[in-house]
Write a protein that binds this ligand. Structure first.
Ligand code: MN
Length: 524
């Protein structure tokens, strides 16, 4: 069982305004009533799952609307509460967040790589508000924390889904802390033997490492203070078991070839100090050759920034030292979520939650609007704006990563082209009633959808339901729609369908069928 939480536990990391506190308390009471009598596999009241999700959302710095949505995230799906009630009681924004989480909940895992890729895209695409995705990730985190209580036959599926879908998403969004937790929670279920092997390898190191790092940390703190660097924090960490497993596989399972199992972190207030501290560290301890990595000048593709070096302390402990600024640290731990935090602290002010808005829009005004939304900008303008951005604002690299922009070094047009493409201008993602994902261009109709699934379904389409309602075949589908095709084996494509179809595959199949029909008529 996880600890039983009260509304106070959720409010305490937030320092909320009276209105925020009222909102969250109201959501708590609402959820308590809605889920009354429901229990988790662990035997604890269902409410406690919601409270843990809300508390973690508060801890990573999300606003009151998101925290409230965390409390309500299962209420439409699992209780008698209707969408209307939720909307009336909590307004459009919270309603939208809960609805988004509910929709993402119907995504299923089938295990093929192709499918994983589309799921990952789907995560990005249907989460037009990134907060939906963050709630979903935290929801999964708590479900993983309580996986031991879930029936054994379900555990493996859930753990594998976590590793193959949720973890890559956290990686892409740079949410290192949540990624590590999800990985290490899933690891023993998915690879029990390998997990045991890793645990046995690190057993002798973990204890000793703790003690040694603590000693070394003290001597470093002293040296930093002597160099009049006073504003710093140090901590240390052990590498996550799953991440260690990945590395061991590439290093013949030889712990002597792993130099970052132990790591010390030094967090300072600016970039200049990062390099200064690197010098001090190298003066204090002997660095291993060729182990200095400057991820500040050359960030990792997901935006990670730090200076890394590996050193040998006098007691011959080898460990990695990671040096970074506060902002880099927040980025590394919370990724995309930290950008929302930043926004909340710096521009929302007394306007309270109003500015929380959609995640992309929340970044756009300060970072992207000049170049992203002016779709018809000339190439020169793109370049000019890009160079401007190099001076004033750093484009978060996770956005470049999502856009897949920096493959061939041409960051100007392709970068923005890729961004637009990924952010719903051209593509959308719709679901089958079973939760499978279909990737279609904007403006696509049920006909495109039917042919995307199978030409036989396309050829015999008789009607379509979108979100359970019957619609015409000329209906334009929207991102996130659930589409069901009604088949009739006597039905055949008509020339009109060519007007409805946007995709080339559908149009080709329709033409083929039309000419076949003509040929049949002639033969009679
Ligand atoms: Mn849940």
């Amino acid at each position: 069982m996880t600890e039983l939480l009260t509304v106070k536990d959720i409010l305490s990391p937030l320092a909320p305004s009276p209105e925020d506190a009222e909102l969250i308390t109201r959501a708590f009471t609402f959820a308590e009533k809605a889920h009354e009598g429901q229990k988790r596999y662990s035997g604890e009241p269902y409410l406690n799952h919601l409270a843990h999700v809300a508390k973690m959302l508060a801890e990573i710095g999300m606003g009151a609307q998101t925290v409230a949505a965390g409390l309500l995230h299962d209420s439409v799906e699992d209780t008698a509460v209707t969408e209307e009630e939720l909307r009336t009681e909590f307004g459009d924004e919270i309603f939208f967040l809960v609805q988004g989480v509910t929709k993402l909940g119907s995504v299923r895992y089938y295990g093929s790589d192709r499918h994983n890729e589309s799921l990952r895209k789907l995560f990005v695409a249907t989460s037009q508000d990134i907060r939906v995705l963050i709630i979903k990730l935290i929801d999964r985190l708590h479900n993983m924390q309580t996986l031991q209580y879930v029936p054994a036959e379900k555990q493996l599926r859930i753990a594998r889904e976590t590793l193959e879908i949720y973890v890559p998403v956290t990686h892409r969004l740079g949410m290192g802390l949540i990624r590590k937790q999800l990985e290490d929670l899933a690891f023993p279920y998915v690879y029990p033997k390998e997990h045991e092997r890793v645990i046995n390898l690190i057993k002798p190191l973990a204890k000793k490492g703790d003690v040694e790092l603590e000693k070394n940390r003290k001597s470093l703190q002293k040296r930093l203070a002597e160099s009049s660097i006073l504003d710093f924090r140090t901590s240390y960490r052990l590498k996550g078991t799953y991440s260690l497993f990945q590395k061991l596989k590439r290093r013949e399972w030889d712990m002597d070839k792993i130099h970052d199992y132990l790591a010390m972190r030094i967090i300072v207030s600016n970039i200049e100090q990062c390099y200064q501290v690197l010098g001090i560290v190298h003066e204090l301890w002997r660095p291993l050759p060729k182990r200095v990595k400057d991820y500040i000048a050359f960030p990792k593709p997901n935006g990670y920034q730090s200076l890394h070096t590996t050193v040998i302390a006098p007691n011959s402990t080898i460990f990695e030292v990671q040096i970074r600024t506060d902002a880099m640290h927040r980025d590394a731990e919370y990724g995309i979520a930290s950008h929302i935090i930043y926004k909340n602290q710096h521009t929302e002010g007394s306007e309270n939650q109003k500015g929380e808005k959609t995640w992309f829009a929340s970044l756009v005004p300060t970072l992207f609007r000049p170049f992203v939304w002016r779709a018809k900008n000339s190439a020169e303008q793109h370049i000019q704006l890009l160079s401007e951005s190099n001076h004033k604002i750093r484009i978060p690299h996770w956005i470049q990563e999502i856009a897949g922009a920096h493959k061939n070094g041409d960051e100007s047009n392709e970068f923005f082209g890729g961004l637009k493409e990924d952010f719903f201008s051209y593509r959308m993602f719709v679901f089958t009633p079973e939760g499978d994902v279909v990737d279609l261009p904007v403006g696509a109709s049920p006909i495109d959808f039917a042919y995307a699934i199978h030409s036989d379904i396309g050829d015999h389409t008789a009607g379509a339901k979108v979100n359970k309602k019957l619609v015409g075949l000329d209906t334009k589908l929207n991102n996130g729609d659930i589409v069901e095709i009604i088949k009739n084996k006597n039905n055949k494509p008509t020339a009109k369908w060519l007007d409805y179809a946007k995709t080339s595959i559908a149009r080709r199949k329709i033409r083929a069928s039309l000419s076949e029909q003509k040929a049949t008529v002639r033969n009679f």
